[in-house]
Design a protein. Structure first.
Length: 200
């Protein structure tokens, strides 16, 4: 086969791969926008912040002015929608590879990864983990925020910011997932504190 035919074939395959990647990213962004729009419609308020599960199975919407949190998540193969006041948030924790690395509870303080953050810098919570952990985490297979509400029927939700094959801590993908998870956890921590002040 002539060299130009090989060149054309390689070029077509390259364009197809790039096109699939771009289309996949576009579809994911469109789904996230759709979930955010659905949250706005269902919850009756426009959220200041929306945190969407990496697999689009859960989303948290927070409105600071009304002090409400909207939750959409899958439970028993059904999409469940709930609205909670800040007072109803019991705890929020950062989960790394199925282990809790930082937790804030009503009446408590941030713990776990806080010591890691102080010792290891900005990525300390993800790298250091709980004080019981002896070895630093080098790869992530799961990074999520678990939030618990005062609701016996539907007490908790998990918003995953990464779940998949191991990725190395410090890579762009890991850093982006950690940044989204931390932003979500920080917002929930503020909600917990504001809810406490309302209860006091």
């Amino acid at each position: 086969m002539p060299a130009w035919v090989w060149f054309v074939l390689i070029f077509v395959v390259f364009v197809a791969i790039v096109g699939c990647y771009v289309y996949g990213a576009y579809r994911k962004e469109t789904r996230r926008d759709s979930i955010a729009g659905r949250l706005t419609t269902i919850l009756g308020f426009y959220p200041d912040q929306v945190f969407v599960d990496e697999r689009d199975l859960a989303a948290l919407a927070i409105n600071a002015k009304s002090q409400r949190i909207g939750l959409v998540h899958e439970r028993d193969n059904q999409l469940v929608t709930r609205v909670y006041s800040f007072r109803e948030v019991v705890s929020a924790e950062l989960m790394e590879n199925e282990a809790s690395v930082s937790k804030t509870s009503r009446g408590g303080q941030a713990g776990g990864g806080l010591a890691g953050g102080l010792l290891l810098g900005p990525l300390g919570a993800a790298v250091g983990g709980l004080s019981a952990k002896k070895t630093p985490v080098t790869h992530l297979t799961m990074l999520a925020v678990r939030v618990v509400f005062e609701d016996m029927a539907d007490p908790s939700a998990l918003v995953r910011f990464y779940q998949g094959p191991p990725i190395e801590v410090g890579t762009r993908e890991a850093d982006e997932a950690l940044a989204r998870a931390r932003a979500c956890l920080d917002a929930l921590n503020v909600a917990i504190r504001k809810g406490e002040s309302e209860l006091a």
